[in-house]
Write a protein that binds this ligand. Structure first.
Ligand SMILES: Cc1cc2nc3c(=O)[nH]c(=O)nc-3n(C[C@H](O)[C@H](O)[C@H](O)COP(=O)(O)OP(=O)(O)OC[C@H]3O[C@@H](n4cnc5c(N)ncnc54)[C@H](O)[C@@H]3O)c2cc1C
Length: 266
């Protein structure tokens, strides 16, 4: 069994978000982290590997330094990394990104028992579109918002998280699952994993590697293949300091009611 996990390196949105004058994100000036939901996807793949044996392949589309992230994931226990990187792939929106990742998965190869994992959503783009789009493009059954996974032969039984409960869904492999953080607690890298990670295989897929896939065409990848246009992006202005009223006596309550009434809130 092979488990392919799509992992995105994202700007650390808990720090400073930098925007270029043209409205695009200045990714180079921001610290990067592994997309949090994708850590749960990797953990689940490793858990299935521990239970029943599997080859875990971590895939990312990003600039060459994203290799460091793939090595970290191999130090956690992934067996192989695939870095999808090319000038032609830059400036891709979710449509073009899923087009390229689907072609990369075709190149790695999916067999009857295999699973593709994605995170539910990336913390920068925040669309939750890439996983479902990859499944559509590969013709795979998909389950999103997965909070529990059981694999029995060529069946996968998942608890799908809803706002007010869970839905149990069974599907056949090969399939694509998008994971939520409630699925598991990601493990740390081990010392032996860190020692071994540089001897594990890492493939680089360039435009040349993928160009013969029917999904790859100049009109479906990169900026020219991206139907989304960003009109503007900006850092929201900081909110002013709030006003604190202390005490629960009648006078304080009346003062609060007066302030709220003045602002037409009550
Ligand atoms: C016009 C335009 C230009 C853009 N240019 C760039 C650019 O140059 N560089 C850039 O990084 N972003 C760029 N973006 C943002 C980019 O489109 C999205 O970040 C990306 O397609 C993923 O969408 P998302 O962040 O909403 O991911 P989601 O759909 O929320 O992600 C869901 C899951 O899909 C998987 N996934 C998503 N992206 C990747 C990836 N790259 N590799 C592996 N797995 C992935 C992960 O498992 C993730 O958890 C651009 C967007 C637009 C609209």
């Amino acid at each position: 069994m092979k488990i392919i996990v799509c992992v995105k390196q994202v700007p650390d949105t808990s720090g400073k978000v930098a925007v270029n004058p043209d409205g695009t994100l200045n990714r180079a000036s921001m610290a990067v982290i592994i997309n949090p939901d994708d850590m749960n996807a990797v953990e689940e793949a490793l858990r299935l590997k521990d239970q029943m044996g599997a080859e875990v392949v971590v895939v990312t589309m990003g600039p060459p330094p994203a290799e460091g992230m793939l090595r970290e994931l191999m130090a956690m226990g992934a067996d192989k990394g695939v870095l999808v990187t090319a000038r032609e792939f830059g400036c891709s929106d979710t449509y073009a990104t899923s087009q390229i990742l689907a072609a990369a998965i075709n190149k790695i190869g999916l067999e009857k028992e295999d699973i593709v994992f994605c995170g539910r959503q990336a913390i920068d783009g925040d669309t939750a579109q890439v996983g479902p789009q990859i499944a559509e493009k590969l013709g795979l059954p998909q389950i999103s918002y997965v909070a529990e996974v059981k694999k029995e032969g060529t069946s996968v039984i998942c608890q799908r998280q809803l706002e007010d409960g869970y839905m149990t869904i069974k599907t056949e492999t090969p399939c694509l699952l998008t994971c939520v953080k409630e699925l598991n607690e990601p493990r740390y890298m081990s010392v032996s994993g860190i020692v071994d990670c540089y001897s594990k295989p890492l493939d680089i897929f360039t435009y040349e590697t993928l160009k013969d896939d029917p999904l790859i065409d100049k009109s479906t990848i990169g900026l020219s293949g991206s139907p989304t246009n960003i009109l503007t992006s900006f850092t929201p202005p900081q909110k002013g300091a709030g006003m604190m009223l202390e005490g629960a006596d009648k006078a304080t309550c009346e003062q609060l009611a007066g302030i709220l009434a003045k602002k037409h809130i009550i």
